[in-house]
Design a protein. Structure first.
Length: 129
């Protein structure tokens, strides 16, 4: 598979050399694959490293900005990131620890007035009204 820069894609699009564009899922990201008469290319940066998009909207906006209005999507290779699962496990552990601390009394419980003072101090430190 060859690589094509964003500038190269824009030039080839203007010349009508792009047959189709597909957002192709690879793990938890998408890459842009382009079909031309020469074969398939992958959108890459200047160092020929394939561009990955974790946000489909970002990829679609980029393509739309250069005038590409029709895009296919192939999600056959899409998998939830291990990092997402790790984050969920981390969050569950933090919540469990906080709840245990509330049950056994090791976590401090703030009154409504104390929280109001903390929020006011935080706003003041940011210069917010």
């Amino acid at each position: 598979m060859s690589f094509l820069s964003l500038e190269g894609l824009a030039q080839r699009h203007v010349l009508g050399e792009i047959a189709s564009v597909t957002l192709f899922a690879v793990g938890d990201a998408f890459e842009v694959r382009l079909a031309t008469a020469e074969g398939t290319s992958t959108l890459a940066d200047g160092d020929k490293m394939r561009l990955e998009f974790r946000d489909v909207h970002e990829a679609l906006s980029l393509l739309r900005n250069i005038g590409i209005w029709q895009v296919g999507v192939d999600v056959s290779g899409w998998h939830v990131a291990a990092s997402d699962a790790d984050h969920a496990d981390w969050a569950k552990a933090k919540i469990s620890a906080a709840m245990a601390g509330l049950r056994d009394g090791s976590n401090r419980v703030f009154s409504a007035a104390e929280w109001a003072a903390i929020r006011a101090a935080k706003k003041a430190s940011r210069g917010a009204p």
